[in-house]
Design a protein around this ligand. Structure first.
Ligand SMILES: C[S@@+](CC[C@H](N)C(=O)[O-])C[C@H]1O[C@@H](n2cnc3c(N)ncnc32)[C@H](O)[C@@H]1O
Length: 253
């Protein structure tokens, strides 16, 4: 089947794989300059806590031992900066993202934080990484994988570029199963976030896509199965904040 004939979801719409990536790229081009502010507003700052939990799980060396981290769909660099700040001098982080506008914001932030020697930014597609096999000690992806049209290809690539003993960590919005919280969360997602997006970044539609795409993402158990299918071992996941987010983990052993 031709790549463009395969169908997937763009929020609640069925679209071809090729069209999804184009639409996703438009979303992040549109929101890049206000992305970090919107992240804080939409999550009431909780994304900082969730990313902190992911970095704790990654547990990079606090010494000058070399540790190569690849942060895919890393956007404006948030996860890489947190890793660099938590780790010792040996950490080198590569932020890989398909969107040059998000990367441009990230480069400016890295320079402002004097982290540009330890954090580099590379344009690339999670489905076809331009890195050698067994190159990285850690692979992180935060709120990125649901935007990738072919998640199975991205997981295969994560496995390929990790060294033996390397760790895969994925933070992604998940399924709220707590009675009561689910209704509040739905109301907030569909009634508050798109209008907030309109006020902050002049773009309600992009934020409508973001909340719809969360509802289309596989449940944690199903996603864990996909991670196993890519070859990872000791796959596990933990639910955070009542299921708003899940942190999945796997090892290349
Ligand atoms: C919601 S942002 C997450 C940014 C960052 N990880 C964070 O947590 O703040 C999603 C990112 O995924 C990127 N993205 C979407 N499709 C991608 C792909 N196929 N390959 C790499 N990055 C992709 C977008 O450009 C965007 O920067």
């Amino acid at each position: 089947m031709d790549r463009r004939d395969q169908t997937t979801h763009f929020g609640f719409r069925d679209v071809s794989v090729g069209d999804k990536q184009t639409l996703v790229n438009d979303v992040f081009r549109s929101v890049a300059s206000r992305y970090d502010l919107m992240n804080d507003l939409m999550s009431a700052g909780l994304h900082r806590l969730w990313k902190g939990i992911m970095i704790n799980a990654l547990n990079p060396p606090r010494t000058d031992t070399r540790f190569a981290l690849l942060d895919v769909a890393g956007g404006t660099g948030d996860v890489a900066f947190r890793a660099a700040e938590a780790a010792g001098a040996g950490l080198r982080a590569t932020v890989c993202d398909i969107n040059s506008d998000m990367l441009a914001v990230g480069r400016a932030r890295a320079a402002a934080r004097h982290l540009d020697a330890r954090v580099s930014f590379v344009e690339g597609n999670a489905e076809a990484l331009a890195f050698p096999d067994r190159h990285f000690d850690g692979y992180t992806i935060a709120f990125g994988i649901r935007n990738v049209p072919r998640i199975d290809l991205a997981l295969n690539e994560a496995f390929r570029v990790l060294k033996h003993g390397g760790r895969f960590l994925c933070l992604e919005f998940s399924t709220v199963d707590v009675p009561g919280l689910d209704r509040i969360y739905d109301l907030f997602s569909f009634r508050v976030i798109p209008p907030l997006g309109r006020v902050v970044s002049g773009d309600a539609e992009s934020y409508r896509y973001l909340v719809e795409s969360i509802r289309k993402f596989p449940r944690p158990g199903a996603f864990a199965e996909m991670i196993r299918a890519a070859g990872f071992s000791r796959v596990s996941w933990q639910s955070l904040s009542g299921g708003i987010v899940a942190l999945h983990s796997g090892w290349r052993l």
